[in-house]
Design a protein around this ligand. Structure first.
Ligand code: ZN
Length: 81
C-alpha cells in the first residue's frame, strides 16, 4: 500500500478525497426502534468516518476534535487555547 494514493469517501458530500487530506472523525450513532415499550431496541455505535477539508470546516469538525483533545488533556496542534 505504500506510495499509493489512497482515497476515502467524504461522509457528508460523497466526494473522493486523498486520505492524507481527509479529516477522520469518530462519530457516535445511536439506533432506536422508538417503540417505547419493552420491545424497543436501542444501541449506540462509534464509527470512524472521513470528511473532506471543506465539509470538515463547514461542520466544525476541527473544533470538535479540539474539544475532544482538550477533554483528554491534550493540546490540539499547539493552537488550542
Ligand atoms: Zn465533503
Amino acid at each position: 500500500m505504500r506510495g499509493r494514493d489512497v482515497t476515502v469517501t467524504c461522509d457528508n458530500c460523497g466526494r473522493k478525497t486523498p486520505r492524507n487530506k481527509a479529516v477522520s472523525y469518530e462519530k457516535g450513532i445511536s439506533f432506536s426502534t422508538d417503540l417505547h415499550n419493552e420491545n424497543d431496541i436501542r444501541f449506540f455505535e462509534r464509527k470512524s468516518v472521513y470528511y473532506c477539508i471543506s465539509c470538515a470546516k463547514h461542520k466544525g469538525i476541527f473544533q470538535k476534535k479540539a474539544e475532544q483533545a482538550a477533554r483528554r488533556g491534550e493540546r490540539f496542534g499547539g493552537k488550542f487555547r
